[in-house]
Unconditional design. Structure first.
Length: 735
């Protein structure tokens, strides 16, 4: 049977025109939506996430042969086309179309865009790849295990959401490093590496993104509110009265609106599910980029290092706009070091710079800073080093960087009017330097050289003002010591051990980066190329950026040091791996396995697996129904019931609640806008809202100096209040 299929469909397959193949698929994508079932929306989504971008890429005569590279570029270009196409459709509001972003309008736009791209490709032909109906047994087994991982993650999250154990997530976090080491060990599995990165990344993201039956996380609540505004009005508001920069991110307004409309996926799960799938596939360009300078094994280690870093493990599912921006940044780097003709490379470079700009303001500012610094470092390096082999690098062209700066100014300052936050950061940084006032987040404590951050008690005292005596800082509590932890404690204190490993991991990565840069500089002097010199300049610029955000005031408060390091890892992962292999060189041909083992251990600890086994460390959301993230960001059913009751009162009274309780008022913008922090509230008639943590732990929380601080507040005495509403998760009083 297999031979017959090969004979009929594979061996006799001739080249056909692109439009002959993709036009029927376009029709199928439309019909699949109309079928209104689970498999239907998957077909529709996959088509529009890859095919428009593929058709655009095909017009550029790129000469790229790797299927994974073509797929990665196709995804990135499709995401941009969805945002640009949606923006163009949204602009029809100016000519009288009051609700341009309806489902039928979106499908008309997407179909028209695809047909136009097919028309431009009408003379081009495509030869479908040969289909392999069987894989070696070992590859099949590994592929099936990898495919199982996201389901294990989903099951673990659902178990915790229902108050069950974390066994499935613990099993997942144990399996991932084992699979990683086995993939490194079995060299014949290298063809599975991109798929492995996709599945491992997705499972890690799912373990956090699927926590909670409602929107869970920090920035995602604000992201979801601008998304809801867009999808409910079928219109994206170009400007908001407050100049909200979130609203200017098309990645969380127009893009999710289009995805929700063409798939009928519930809005909440566009963020919790679909965006995580997209971002996981967007990890593959990181692997492909590192492979340009090394080999498959080092590229896999680099991708796993990216996945093992704390922001990825704990925060990325709550930063959907940044996820999309990271995809574009990875593709920008991949474009820079992919050999292709000058014209398509320049076009792709500008396209991905624009994509970052439209996706996330902070990542865009960071990218522009990195490019400017790398341009300067390159010029300094080439004063002494003679370039022997020219390599076309458009982002070394100052005109391209200036164009990106101009477009950023146009988009943020003139079109969306969202530069207030950036201007505030610059002003506070400048004032901090002038007045020697250092404002830093706790994230800088992991840096090699940094000032000691301000005492949380002092931060709270300054915040509370004349109520400082009524506020007491409550440090995050550790997990109880387990039986295994008690055995380990006989040798070394578990709490101290966990803190040491975390601090050592952070310091070790920075030391390895410095050593790696020294090694690469020595190699650079021996064999100089424009490609190698610029990649080194990029690494230096990222190192400089990390130093600046650490030592300068305010920067680490407004933009997380660890999030910048996460972006930097796309480039600096390779120097870190090079240094690791150098230091472990005495293991000879086994050094790659030892290096892989080190990063596997890093994952086990940073993911929370080892601290969960031992205790003595703050609980992580993916593994526990406790801890600061759970207290602050996890939304309970009873909390939403209480906010619904408040909304039904239709009363204009002041609403007193801690700042993070606002996350429970997502569906009621009016209530959310009129929330006053109890510490800052005056003694006037008001509703007093207590969320789950207020009720069950007596704790409040505020975001101060770049840190989430939990504290007790003794200024609210329930016996003096009139209880109006109560359930197991919330209470509402009248004061």
């Amino acid at each position: 049977m297999k031979k017959l299929i090969n004979k009929l469909f594979i061996k006799n397959l001739k080249e056909i025109k692109i439009w002959q193949f993709y036009l029927p698929l376009l029709a199928m994508a439309n019909i699949a939506y109309l079928s209104n079932n689970f498999f239907g929306w998957i077909i529709t989504l996959v088509f529009f996430l890859f095919i428009p971008g593929y058709l655009l890429l095909n017009l550029l005569k790129h000469e790229i042969k790797s299927r994974w590279e073509i797929s990665s570029f196709s995804l990135g270009l499709s995401l941009l086309l969805l945002m640009i196409g949606g923006l163009a459709l949204n602009s029809t509001y100016l000519i009288g179309l009051k609700q341009p972003l309806t489902t039928i309008n979106i499908f008309i736009m997407l179909d028209l865009m695809t047909v136009i791209l097919l028309a431009f490709n009408k003379k081009k032909k495509i030869k479908l790849p040969k289909i392999h109906f069987s894989l070696p047994k070992e590859k099949t087994v590994f592929a099936l295990i990898l495919t199982f991982l996201p389901f294990l993650a989903a099951g673990g999250a659902i178990s915790l959401n229902n108050g069950g154990p974390n066994v499935l997530t613990m099993a997942l976090f144990a399996l991932i490093p084992i699979i990683f080491v086995l993939l490194i060990w079995r060299k014949n599995l290298e063809s599975l590496y991109p798929y492995a990165i996709f599945m491992i990344g997705l499972s890690v993201l799912f373990s956090t993104s699927l926590r909670g039956w409602f929107i869970t996380g920090h920035d995602i609540h604000h992201e979801f509110s601008v998304f809801q505004s867009t999808i409910q009005n079928n219109l994206w508001a170009v400007r908001t009265p407050s100049g909200d920069p979130y609203n200017a991110s098309l990645s969380i307004t127009i893009l999710p609106t289009i995805i929700a409309k063409i798939t009928t996926v519930p809005a909440m799960y566009v963020y919790k599910l679909v965006f995580q799938i997209i971002f996981s596939f967007g990890l593959i360009p990181i692997y492909l980029f590192i492979k340009k300078f090394s080999n498959e094994r080092k590229a896999l280690i680099g991708a796993i290092l990216f996945i093992s870093f704390p922001p990825f493990l704990n925060d990325m599912p709550f930063l959907n706009r940044q996820e999309i921006a990271y995809i574009f940044f990875g593709l920008l780097m991949l474009t820079t070091f992919t050999k292709m003709a000058q014209k398509p490379k320049i076009i792709l470079t500008i396209v991905f710079l624009i994509s970052i700009m439209l996706s996330h303001y902070s990542t865009n500012y960071a990218t522009l800073g990195i490019l400017l610094l790398s341009w300067m470092f390159y010029k300094l390096l080439t004063l002494k080093l003679v370039v022997k082999q020219p390599f076309d690098l458009p982002i070394l062209n100052l005109r391209v960087i200036i164009l990106a700066l101009f477009l950023t100014f146009l988009w943020n300052s003139q079109i969306t009017k969202t530069t207030a936050g950036f201007e505030h950061t610059l002003a506070n940084t400048f004032n901090g330097i002038i007045h020697n006032k250092l404002e830093q987040s706790n994230g800088v404590t992991y840096a090699l050289f940094s000032a000691k951050p301000k005492d949380p008690n002092k931060i709270l005292a300054e915040y509370a003002g004349n109520k400082a005596s009524q506020v007491r800082y409550f440090p995050e509590q550790n997990l109880p010591i387990t039986k295994l932890g008690k055995i380990v404690t006989q040798v070394v204190d578990v709490g101290t051990l966990n803190k040491f490993v975390r601090a050592f991991s952070a310091k070790a990565l920075q030391i390895l980066l410095l050593i790696g840069l020294i090694i690469l500089f020595i190699k650079l002097r021996r064999k100089t190329t424009q490609q190698a010199t610029y990649s080194y300049a990029l690494a230096l610029s990222l190192l400089s950026s990390l130093v600046l955000i650490t030592v300068l005031p305010q920067l680490s408060v407004d933009y997380s040091v660890t999030r910048l390091f996460q972006q930097a890892l796309i480039i600096i992962a390779l120097p870190i791996i090079v240094a690791s292999e150098f230091l472990l060189g005495f293991f000879g041909r086994f050094k790659v396995y030892i290096v892989a083992g080190f990063f596997a251990f890093l994952f086990l600890h940073l993911s929370g697996f080892i601290p969960q086994l031992l205790g003595g460390y703050p609980p992580q959301l993916a593994l526990n129904n406790s801890g600061t993230y759970y207290d602050v960001y996890y939304v309970h059913k009873g909390e939403l019931a209480a906010t619904n009751w408040l909304n039904q009162q239709n009363n204009q009274k002041l609403l007193v609640a801690d700042p993070y309780a606002r996350l429970r008022f997502l569906e009621y913008p009016f209530l959310k806008q009129h929330v006053v922090d109890p510490v800052l509230s005056k003694d006037v008639s008001a509703y007093l809202y207590h969320d789950y943590t207020n009720v069950n732990k007596g704790l409040y929380a505020s975001f101060l100096s770049g840190n989430v601080l939990e504290y007790s507040y003794f200024g609210l005495k329930k016996e003096n209040q009139n209880l109006l509403y109560s359930n197991q998760d919330s209470q509402i009083y009248e004061k």
